[in-house]
Design a protein. Structure first.
Length: 61
């Protein structure tokens, strides 16, 4: 994993770990409004990072 992890990878690790330590099953529909907004922010940031990585590939130095 790079020094700046992608939020999608972090979120997946969180879900996997949470499901292993919590007896229930975590579902996105059960998030409160604060948690939902936080997930949206992480996903948007991940999309921006992915987009920027794509742009770097187009630049030839």
């Amino acid at each position: 994993m790079s020094i700046k992890p992608e939020w999608g990878e972090v979120a997946n690790c969180f879900v996997e770990g949470f499901q292993q330590t919590f007896p229930g099953y975590w579902k996105p529909e059960t998030l409160n409004s604060f948690e939902t907004e936080l997930v949206k922010e992480y996903l948007e940031e991940n999309e921006q990072i992915s987009f920027m990585k794509g742009n770097y590939k187009l630049i030839d130095f």
